[in-house]
Structures are given as C-alpha cells and as structure tokens.
Design a protein around this ligand. Structure first.
Ligand code: ADP
Ligand code: MG
Length: 696
C-alpha cells in the first residue's frame, strides 16, 4: 500500500478532528458537547455545520448527499440528492442548508411499518443523529439519521436504540452518584460486534439461484470433508482471501471503522472480522457499513460474500457476537478490577445484567429471531435457543458466596510458568472461555452470542440497554433512600444473586440434558422465529418499552407484524426458489442421467445380450425412485405453499409457512440431495458443497 495507513484512517469521516479544524470554536464546542454528553444541539448552529460539511464533502469529490437510515427491513437505506442549486443566471452553486442537514422527507410508503401508516400517508421524516459521524461513501456524503412517520412513530431500528441509550444512561448515572461517583455527564453502552461470513467463488454463486435469491443453499449433499480436522480455524488465510481482506480493511479504515481482527473461522471458507468496540450506536452503524463493504468488495476478487446465518446445511453457521459493556468517563462498569469481590460498582452492574437477562429472556431471544438464525441456534454449533449466563469460576464463586450470605473473596491473578526461560510468564484471565454459552462474561464485558450474522444489532442492544435500565432504576430508587448506600448495594446484590441464580449456567450448552434442566429451571426455550417473536408482544415487554418511552404499544405490535410478515416472505421466496430449481434443474438432471444409463444398458445389450447390466439396472431403479420422490415432493411443496399463501398476512401466514412449507421444503431437499450422490457429476447442474467450500 503506497499510502500510509495512519494517514488514510478516517479520511472519509467528518470526525472530531475535521469538526475542530473547520467549525467556528463555539459551534464545535456545542456539537462536541452533544456528542460526548448527550446535550441537545442548538439548532441555530445547523446552517454553519451544514456549510462546513458540504465544503469538506465537495473537496473530497462529493456531488450528492443522503440521509442514511435503518428502516425495519434491517438493512440501510439511502436516497441521493445533489448539492447542486441552479441560479437565475443559468449557473449553479453547490449548496446545503441546515434544514437539509437536520431533516429529510423520504417517501415512506414502501418501507415496512406494520400498518402504522396507510400507504396514502406516505410522508416520513429522517432526522439527523449528530452523535454518529457523517461519512463519504461512493462520493456521496452520508448523514446518519433516525426515520420516523409523519405522525411521529419510529419507523426504524435506530430511534429506539437512541432512546434506550438515554434510558440506561439516566439510571446508571443515578446509581453511580449514589455510590460516590459524581460529575458523570452520561454513561454510554459499548458494543464490539464480531462479524462472521463465508466467501465462495463468484462463478459458483452465479451458478446457484438459491445463493442469488436467498443467500443460502437450499439443496446440497454434505461435503466429503467438514471441519473435523480443525485445520481452518486460525489457519493461514488463502491468498485470494487475503487480498480481499486487505481491501476491506483499507476501505473500512478510510471510513473510520476500526477493523482490528481478522481470521479464518471454524468452517471451511468461513472467516471473521472484528472492530475495536465503540459506543453502541456508532458500532452498529459501522457494522452495517462493514457488511455492505464485505459484500461490495468480494466481487473485485472473484468472490462472493455470504452473510446469511446458515449458508450450508451441516456446516457451521455464521453468527455475530455482541460484546457489550457500560462506560462512564474513565470507568468500565463491568471491569472487575483486582478485587471483584469488593468492587461494588462491578457487582451491582453484574446484578443488573443478571436480573435483566433473567427477567427478559424471551424478549432478548426475540431480538435475534430470524429464519436464518433458526437453523443455527440449538444446532450444536451455536449456543442453544435458551438464554443463560456464563460467569466462570471466579466471578461465579463470588456471586454464589454473596447469595449465600458468605464472605466473597477474589482470586489472585495466577502467573503461568511456561517451563522455558525464553518464553515470557503469562498472567491468567479470571475466566476461561465457554464457547457454548449464549451470554458469557468475558473478563470486562458480556458477550451475547445468539445474534446471527446478518442481523442489525440495534434491537438486541435496545432490549439489553432497556432491561438493564429497568434493573438500575429499581436499585437507584433504593440507594437514594438508603442511609448507607454501600450496605444497601450489598443487600441488593445478595437478593438479586439469590433470586436470579437460575439464569447462571456454567456447564455445556450443547449437552443433551440441558434443555430438560433449563425447563426445570423455568427458562424460556423458543426454538423458532414465530414462537420467539411472541415474546415481544407480551404485556411485560410492552410495559418495559412504554415505561422508558421507547415505543408505544401500537409501535410494538406493528413491529411484531413486520417481523412475522418478513419471516413468511423469506420462506415464501425460498419455497418458490426450491420449486423452480427442483423442477427446472434437478429433476431434468436426474431424468437425463437416467436416460444416459438406460442408453448405456441398451447399447450393451445390443452389442451382446449376454453382457450383464445389473449395475445399470440397480442404478436406474434408484434414479427412477428418486425422480418419483422429487416429483411427489414438488407437488406437495406447491400445495403447502398455496395453502400458506392463502392465510392472512402477518402472524397467521408466519405460522403456516413454518408448519406447512418448511417440512415440504425439507422433504424436497432430502430427495434431491440423495440424487446428487448418484447422478454423474458432469450431469449435476449445481456447484456442490465440495466445490464451494474448498477452492483456491
Ligand atoms: P474473541 O476472542 O471473543 O473472538 P475478538 O477479539 O474477536 O474476541 O472480539 C472481541 C470484541 O469485544 C472486540 O470487538 C472488542 O473490541 C470487544 N470488546 C472489548 N472490550 C469491550 C467492552 N468493554 N465493551 C464492548 N466490547 C468490547
Ligand atoms: Mg473473535
């Protein structure tokens, strides 16, 4: 790379440095206060900021700007407007006003709203989120915004997240004040998303309608070799992939996305990219950008990037671990420090998280529910669909002691002697890793591991923040009244650790007896999306959202409809794709190959009727039976699809697609995959799992 990495880093971002350099002192100060301390921005300053942004953008080659937002589709949206403003004398100037910065008016009629807004009332607004930096993508100035309807309902994923950040900040600040930490302007939640993905060859992608239309394979016999040799995880990165990763890093760094870690993941052709954590809103904006850049960059290298949760059946799926913590200036509230047993802020924050996850298990699970993720959770590769918390030996021991009214004690950090004078002495972490836990304490943060690769993490973080805010609110009410806040905090910890101990599970989440044990503990186990989404509309969930002014009951119900509808539509597309592939590609291949085998047998017989055609006979019998099974499965799929499609849109359709269409799809797949192993490879119309997973 000719350019210096440090020079290009953030070069396409209107970041703090650019603001400081280009804005008048007063305006910079005010905007900086808004970003750092959550204070309302004086709108009078918008014109000045807009002008500076435009000048900077134009100098960097921009001709257009867009309000960049996150509708309920889960992806991002943008509509480009030129800066150009015609003048009466036939010339034009580049202009951008404060009003254009602050507010946009996209036609909202084609975005899902769950019936909140009739199509005729198409007006929607986008509102500038000054806490996320504007950036330049493809010569367009992108301004992160929230998206709301004409009547003020949130139509996006970001608005509730911003509100949840405010809710948890207010309650956490109250708690900190009670514990003697004064002058805390705000507490922000931090997020570090680890993004997993697969790379396949572009030619293979183009040859598979299921990858093109659904992002995952709907057919395909298991590969001959899987991940059993453990050679891919952290293995050397192949050169094509390495070139791709370098370009991704370069593009992300320019956008100020701190892409830090990259490596091969467990499955063949699977990889991961992780940034350094940041404020949750920024981290999620950046993760959405990362997914976009992964997808856009791959074709430059003859590759295609699959971010679906389960691109290949029987092969590890892709997740997105959501590392989460709470930060006040100079303080990570989940940092155990040297003596966690006596670190009140840490213990109380831990209590707040335990209580939140236990109280809102179903709701938290619902935030990562999707058709793709249903193939992952509980499939012996990802965490189970049951929420539980892993604390590890030391923290778990402290929690147990406090719950039992005993004196808790911290364990001294151990040094490991590696038995060689040239190797350094390493200090051991206070938790070992537990890969099977859906919600693990990992040293100074929690890692929520249920999220699937393609999800917008806003919903998960919104619920996490709000549920923890709810715990904190109860604690703050008590602490503010208490004479001795330390003693009261200790009492709260003891009560919470006792009352919510069922959510702690340090064992193996893949163990076959865990679901039964979880049921005994009364933990929620929703194994599929329609069931999981049901938790959003329970009274308790709606009360939580309303309590902190996040979403109204109508908005929650509307979101439920949008998500159920989305689930049904995803399966509908998959079912139709399968039908077409089955009838237009797979069945013809089986029949053609049967013809070839029959012709071979016939010509042998012609040549010499004594020659044995037993092999052809056997094969033909199997091929004919297979063709018949595929034909029957196609008919059944058609029938089930028609029945499901006839149901009322929203929840009824979602359940019908789950109960009728999914089993029919499974049968068609099984019938077809069996044939894949019999039909001669040059007759098979699709790249196989072996082709797609093992390439150079
Ligand atoms: P792992 O070993 O779990 O794969 P990675 O290094 O891939 O770890 O990812 C860990 C992620 O956790 C990184 O994005 C990192 O920045 C993030 N992280 C670290 N500390 C915090 C924190 N306090 N809050 C949120 N995320 C954090
Ligand atoms: Mg990782």
């Amino acid at each position: 790379m000719a350019e210096n990495t440090a020079d290009i880093y953030g070069s396409l971002v209107f970041n703090d440095k650019v603001m400081r350099d280009r804005l008048p002192k007063e305006v910079y100060k005010s905007l900086h206060e808004t970003i750092e301390n959550g204070q309302q921005l004086d709108e009078g300053m918008a014109n000045v900021i807009a002008h500076a942004m435009k000048e900077w953008a134009v100098e960097n080659g921009c001709t257009h700007y867009t309000h960049w937002f996150q509708p309920l589709t889960g992806i991002t949206s943008e509509k480009h407007d030129a800066f150009i403003s015609p003048q009466p004398d036939g010339t034009a100037i580049m202009a951008f006003s404060g009003k254009e910065l602050i507010q946009g008016e996209p036609d909202a009629s084609s975005f899902p709203s769950g019936g909140l807004r009739a199509t005729a009332e198409a007006r929607g607004y986008t509102a500038w989120d000054p806490t996320s930096y504007a950036f330049i993508k493809d010569e367009v100035l992108c301004i992160p915004t929230a998206f709301i309807s004409y009547t003020g309902e949130a139509l996006d994923k970001k608005t509730p997240l911003l509100r949840s950040m405010r809710a948890i900040s207010e309650q956490a600040v109250r708690v900190l004040n009670c514990l003697g930490v004064e002058d805390v302007p705000q507490v922000v939640t931090t997020c570090g998303p680890e993004q997993e993905y697969f790379l396949v060859k572009l030619d293979d992608y183009r040859a598979r309608p299921d990858l093109i239309l659904c992002g995952r394979t709907l057919f395909g016999a298991s590969p001959t070799k899987g991940q059993e040799l453990d050679e891919h995880y952290f293995g050397p990165v192949r050169e094509t992939v390495s070139g791709f990763m370098q370009e991704v890093d370069d593009r992300l760094w320019r956008l100020g996305v701190d892409a830090k870690t990259k490596h091969n993941e467990v499955a063949p052709a699977q990889h991961e990219i992780a940034p350094t954590f940041s404020r949750s809103t920024t981290a999620i904006d950046n993760n959405l950008l990362t997914m976009e850049i992964l997808r856009n960059t791959a074709p430059h290298h003859g590759l295609y990037c699959l971010i679906n949760e389960k691109p290949f059946e029987g092969v590890n799926g892709s997740g997105k671990h959501n590392n989460w913590s709470l930060a006040a200036p100079g303080l990570n509230m989940l940092d155990p420090g040297d003596d966690p047993a006596h670190n009140t802020i840490f213990l109380l924050t831990l209590a707040a998280v335990l209580q939140a996850v236990d109280d809102y298990q179903g709701l938290l699970r619902s935030t990562v529910a999707s058709e793709g993720n249903d193939h992952r959770l509980g499939a012996n590769e990802a965490p189970p669909a049951i929420l539980s918390i892993f604390l590890g030996e030391e923290i778990g021991g402290i929690v147990e002691a406090i719950a039992a009214g005993k004196d808790p004690h911290s364990i001294d950090t151990k040094e490991m002697d590696l038995g060689s004078s040239v190797l350094p002495h390493l200090s051991q972490d206070n938790t070992d890793r537990n890969r099977t836990s859906p919600f693990a304490f990992t040293g100074n943060r929690f890692e929520f591991r249920m999220a699937g690769a393609s999800v917008n993490l806003s919903s998960a973080n919104t619920v996490l923040n709000t549920a923890v805010a709810m715990s904190f609110e109860g604690y703050a009410d008590r602490l503010e009244k208490a004479k001795d806040a330390e003693a009261e905090a200790h009492k709260i910890c003891q009560e919470v650790f006792k009352e919510h101990s069922r959510i702690i599970f340090n064992g193996d989440g893949y163990a076959p007896d865990w679901p039964a044990e979880a049921e005994r503990r009364g933990l929620v186990n929703n194994t599929n999306t329609p069931d999981a989404l049901g938790a959003c509309i329970e009274d308790k969930s709606i009360e939580l959202f309303e309590h902190f002014g996040l979403l109204s009951k109508e908005e929650v119900l509307a979101r439920y409809d949008v998500d159920m509808d989305h689930y049904a539509k995803v399966i509908n597309i998959q079912a139709m794709t399968m039908y077409d592939m089955g009838s237009q590609m797979i069945l013809p291949a089986v029949l053609e190959y049967s013809g070839v085998v029959a012709a071979a047998a016939a010509s042998k017989q012609d040549f010499n009727s004594d020659i044995d055609t037993g092999a052809e006979d056997k094969l033909l019998t199997k091929l004919s039976a297979g063709a018949e099974r595929i034909t029957a499965a196609l008919e059944e799929l058609q029938k089930m699809h028609d029945e499901a499609a006839a149901e009322e849109e929203g929840a009824p359709q979602a359940f019908a697609y789950r109960d009728k269409v999914l089993p029919a799809m499974a049968e068609l797949r099984e019938a077809s995959d069996e044939m894949e192993l019999l039909v001669g490879c040059e007759y098979w119309p699709l790249p196989t799992y072996n082709d797609m997973l093992f390439y150079v």
